[in-house]
Design a protein. Structure first.
Length: 117
């Protein structure tokens, strides 16, 4: 099982980034996918979840209206479009795959996002 995040980097406040998470080694289309982040000295924070079919999403208040999750089950990839970025969005961003029925919970290695002028 692999989850590989990409697309992180340095961006100025107000800018945008699009993160990708490529999955392999499991049946991607049967798993709910989420994005989390962890800033230095803080606990990992839930950001958003998308269900296996892509029809339902759930956003944390901190990113509602600025971040958008999507998935392409044909490409085994989940995306996070991040707009209007703020310095407080600086963190390592992780994708997560979860199958509640099987009790599977997989994590990627993370990608660094730094918002700074």
């Amino acid at each position: 099982v692999q989850l590989v995040e990409s697309g992180g980097g340095l961006v100025q406040p107000g800018g945008s980034l699009r993160l990708s998470c490529a999955a392999s080694g499991f049946t991607f289309s049967r798993y709910a996918m989420s994005w989390y982040r962890q800033a230095p000295g803080k606990e990992r924070e839930f950001l958003v979840l998308i269900n296996s079919a892509g029809g339902r999403t759930n956003y944390a208040d901190s990113v509602t209206g600025r971040f958008t999750i999507s998935r392409d089950n044909a490409k085994n990839t989940v995306y996070l479009q991040m707009n209007s970025l703020k310095p407080e969005d600086t963190a390592v961003y992780y994708c997560n795959a979860r199958h509640y029925g099987l009790g599977h919970d997989y994590w990627g290695q993370g990608t660094q996002v730094t918002v700074s002028s």
